[in-house]
Design a protein around this ligand. Sequence first.
Ligand SMILES: Nc1ncnc2c1ncn2[C@@H]1O[C@H](COP(=O)(O)OP(=O)(O)O)[C@@H](O)[C@H]1O
Ligand SMILES: [Mg+2]
Length: 578
Amino acid sequence: MALKDLLNWIKPFRLWLALATLSMMLESIAVLLSPWIAGQFAHIVLSETSVLSETSVLPETAKLTGTGVLAETAQLTAGLSVSSIIGLWLFLFTCQAGLRFLSAYLITTSGAKILTSLSRQVYDHLQVLPMAFHQRHQQGDLLALISHDLNVIAQFVTGTLTSIAPLTMTFVGALIMMVLINSLAALLVLILVPAFYLLIKLLGKTIRPLSEALAQAQAESLAHVQHNLSILPALKAFNRENLESRRYAEKVQSVLGIRLKLLTAQALLSPMIQWVASCAILLLLWLLSQQLISEQISAAQVISLIFYGLLLSRPVSSLAGLYGQVQQVRGSSQRLHRMLQQVPEASAGGKLFVAPARGNIAFHGVSFCYPERAPIWSSLNLKIAAGETVAITGPNGAGKTTLLNMLLGFIKPQQGKVLIDGQDIYQYSLASLREQMGLVSQNILLSDESVANNIRYGRPEASDAEVERAARQSGVHEFVARLPQGYDTAIGELGQKLSGGQRQRIALARALLKGSPILLLDEATSMLDPQGEKQFIQQIRNVLKQHTVLLVTHSHENLALADRILHIENGQLSEVSA
Ligand SMILES: Nc1ncnc2c1ncn2[C@@H]1O[C@H](COP(=O)(O)OP(=O)(O)O)[C@@H](O)[C@H]1O
Ligand SMILES: [Mg+2]
C-alpha cells in the first residue's frame, strides 16, 4: 500500500523515469551481445590456430577444440573476420557508454526533481496542518521526514525502481542465451531461484525492523540537536553542556549500533547470493567440461557460456539487494503518507469571507479541554461589542491565552460556538477570519529579517512611511533610527539581537500596521519599562478606539485603558468593576 502511494508521488516524472529505464534496457541488450561476440571471436581465432595446429605447431589446442565442432563453427562465422568483429565490438562499447551516460543523466535529473517536488509538498502540508498536530509531533521528526525519508524515496525510485526491468532483462536474457547454447544451463534456474527465495526471506526478516528502528533513532538524534540549539542560552546558563553532550552521544551511538546491524545484514545478502550463483555456475562449467571432452560442445561455446555466467552475477546481486531497499522505502513512504494524510486545518473552516468585520465577539456555551487535561471551560458565555476595549485578567494558567487561541481558530471548542458579527467563526474561511485579527502573542515570534520586514509581516505591501508610523505608535522608532542600518537592520533568529521590550514593541507595531478590526494583545506590554508602558498607552489610546480590543493584562496602566474588566479563574468568568 505504501508502494502504491510512492507510484502516485512519482507520477509527474513518469516520462523521465520511463526514458531512463528504456536507455538502461538498451544498454542491457548491448551488454548481452558481448558474450555472443566473444564466442564468435573465439571461433575464428580457434579455427585459425587449429589450421596452424594441423601443421603441428599447436597440437594441444587442436585436440581440445575437436575437428568435428570446428567444421560446424566455420559455417557459423563465415564472412566474419577478426577485424569486423573487433569493429562490431567497438560499436557496442560505444553504444553502451552513450546509453550509460544518457540513463545516468536522466536518473540524476529526475531524482533531483522528485526530491524538490516532494520537499515542497511536505513543507506546504506541514504549514497548513493545525496547531494541534504540531503540538503532538516533535519538530525533529518532521525535519527527519524532509532530510532522511525523502532522500530514501528519491534514491529508491532512481537507483532501484528504474533498474528492476533492465536488470531482470539482463538476468533473463543471459539465462536464455545460455540455455540456447546448451540446454544444461537450465539447471541454473532450478538451483538459483529457490536459493534466492530462501536467502532473501531469511535476511529480509531482519532488515525491515532494523531500517524502521534506524529511521526512528535518526529522527531522535536530529531532534536533540535542533531542540538544544534552540534553547542554547538556557543550556549554557544551567551548565548542561556535559550532560547534553552525553545524551547526544548515547543517541548517535544507538544510531550507529542499528546502522551497523543493518549494513551487515545488507552486506551479507549480496555476497551470499552471489556465492550461491557462482557455485551453480561452477557446477555448470564442470558439467560442460565433460561435454567438451566428449566433443558435444565447442570451446568457443564454452567461452560464450562463461561470459554469460559472469554477466549473470551483476543482476543477481543487485536484484538480491532489492528486497532490503523495498523494506526501507516502505517505512519512509509510510511515514510520508501518514503525514500527508493529516487533514489541513482549512478543512475545519467554511467558505464565508469576512469583509471586514465590525468586531462584535461572542462566546456561546463554550466548553474546551486540551487532550488528556481537565476542562478549562465548561460553559463559557461572553459578549464583547464592536469598538470595546476589554481587559482580561486572571492567574497564570486560567485560560486567557486559550481564549484568544479559540478566537483565532487555532483550537476548536468541543461544545458551543465562538461568533464574530453573529456568525460562527468556523463558517468563515480561516484565512479571512485571521485577516480580521491583529495579534501580539505572549511568546513573541519574530522572523530572521530586517526590522521593516518584521513590522510589515502581515501587510507586505505597506509603504516605508506606514512602517515608520506603526513603529512610532509602538515607541520603537527612536531605537530603530539609531541602528546602523536603521529599518534595514536584521534582528537575528527570533529577534535574538533585540531586548525583550524592543521585541515586544516590534510585535506591537506589526499588529498595529496590519490594521485589522480586532486586536488581541496577550500581555503585550509586559516587558516594557513602566515609563515606556505609560507613554505607549497614552499614544495608543486613540488607535485602540478604532478597534475591538481584547487586552490580556496584569498591569494597572493597561487596565485604565479598558471599558470593561473581565476576570477569569477556575473556569469562571466574572465582570470586575473598573
Ligand atoms: N497545548 C496545550 N496542551 C495541553 N494543555 C495546555 C496547552 N496549552 C495550555 N495548556 C494548559 O491550559 C491551561 C490554560 O493555559 P493558558 O490559556 O495559556 O493560560 P493563561 O491564562 O496563563 O494564558 C494551563 O493550565 C495550561 O497548562
Ligand atoms: Mg497566557
